[in-house]
Design a protein around this ligand. Structure first.
Ligand SMILES: Nc1ncnc2c1ncn2[C@@H]1O[C@H](COP(=O)(O)O)[C@@H](OP(=O)(O)O)[C@H]1O
Ligand SMILES: [Mg+2]
Length: 355
């Protein structure tokens, strides 16, 4: 860690919190995989893991970051747990949270069901331009989580409307470069923890605690040698549009499709050169899907913007207010990427207007 980091204490707490939550998620994902296809259609394991992860991160941050009021903007509305019929799921979450805390050994505490219920109001913050707010996606890439593929526990800190810190726990991401379409690589150690604080660079370490290594985006300046990341799910990003952008740029390699903000982490350490995300019309991006990932990329020397080349603004509450899509790459490729993006969007709009 760089000396003089004003967010050093928060960074240490954030890493500890997502590492703890990752343990809970790994337990549940292994259970889902072992219980076979049938269970995959059942939403309850992912609900338990999502809620459990959010409760653990909120609890761990509150224990370890003492200063000021606690504000958490998080994906899950845990109110469901207070409803009639939620007793079984509440019991599962309580057990899982307690087992994870016990196995980890960092905290000597055990939650009662009432304790879990009283923790559920954390996460309701709206964020905004003033003060400090933690921003959490307890399981980003839920679809990947259920498939046994990539997912991330993504946490960031907003200070006066700016992302100042981000961490991404990616339990299934190889520690070295990924080399195939599902983000897996044979025989390599998996479990990567990316982190960044403003002005202090970005690092990766193993989730089981190897020393952090500084990372930087790739230095490719010719798109012919570039590869690009995008969502595995075509419902999350328009694969036709990204194909057209890649063609215009002259990218030769096929897209690397993986779930979650693991894409930002992989981009930040140079596994690929470009990240393209173009949701279908009408979708509004949420801040927890990009806050942690974007600072990891920018602190690794990359640029993250919307399709018009504007910086992402995390100060407007729970949503990002942006133009069309999100793109990320290194400084060398950004001008030609922006040009290709704008041409491809224009052509798509023209074709749509002829229909
Ligand atoms: N129609 C849509 N378009 C774009 N993104 C969507 C979407 N529906 C869901 N998402 C978001 O895409 C995230 C996953 O991104 P990716 O495709 O990069 O894996 C989801 O996070 P969760 O899995 O946390 O819900 C969700 O927030
Ligand atoms: Mg998400």
């Amino acid at each position: 860690m760089a000396s003089g980091n004003p967010y050093a204490a928060e960074l240490a707490a954030a890493k500890k919190a997502v590492t703890l939550a990752a343990k809970l998620c790994q337990t549940v994902q292994q259970d889902i995989m072992h219980s076979g296809v049938q269970a995959k259609a059942d939403k309850s394991p992912v609900t338990v893991a999502d809620y459990g992860s959010q409760i653990l991160v909120g609890f761990s941050l509150k224990m370890d970051v003492s200063s000021g009021p606690f504000s958490l903007v998080a994906e899950e509305a845990l109110d469901e747990l207070r409803k009639d019929g939620a007793e079984e799921i509440l019991e599962d979450i309580t057990d899982l949270v307690n087992e994870t805390i016990f196995d980890d050994g960092s905290y000597n505490i055990s939650f009662t069901k009432e304790g879990i219920l009283s923790a559920i109001d954390d996460g309701k913050s709206e964020g905004g331009p003033s003060g400090r707010h933690w921003v959490l996606d307890p399981i980003d890439g839920t679809k990947g989580f259920l498939r046994g593929d990539q997912y991330a526990i993504a946490l960031a800190l907003l200070d006066e409307g700016k992302v100042v810190l981000g961490v991404l726990a990616c339990p299934n991401l190889p520690l070295s470069s990924i080399n195939n379409i599902n983000g897996n690589s044979s025989g390599d150690k998996v479990g990567a923890l990316f982190s960044a604080t403003i002005g202090c660079g970005a690092q990766v370490e193993s989730l089981d605690g190897s020393p952090p290594q500084k990372i930087s985006v790739c230095s490719i300046d010719n798109p012919v040698n570039a590869s690009f990341f995008e969502s595995y799910e075509s419902a999350h990003s328009m694969h036709d549009l990204t194909r057209s952008i890649a063609e215009k740029l002259g990218v030769q390699a096929p897209p690397v499709r993986i779930d979650s903000q693991a894409k930002y982490g992989a981009l930040a350490r140079g596994d690929g050169a470009i990240y393209l995300r173009f949701p279908h019309k009408g979708y509004r991006e949420k801040i927890w899907d990009h806050a942690g990932g974007s600072i990891v990329v920018t602190e690794a020397g990359g640029i993250v913007t919307d399709a018009a080349g504007k910086d992402l603004d995390f100060s407007k509450g729970r949503f990002l207010d942006l133009d069309t899509g999100i793109i990320a790459t290194n400084k060398e490729l950004m001008p030609s990427l922006l040009k290709a993006v704008q041409e491809a969007i224009k052509e798509t709009n023209q074709a749509a207007s002829l229909l």
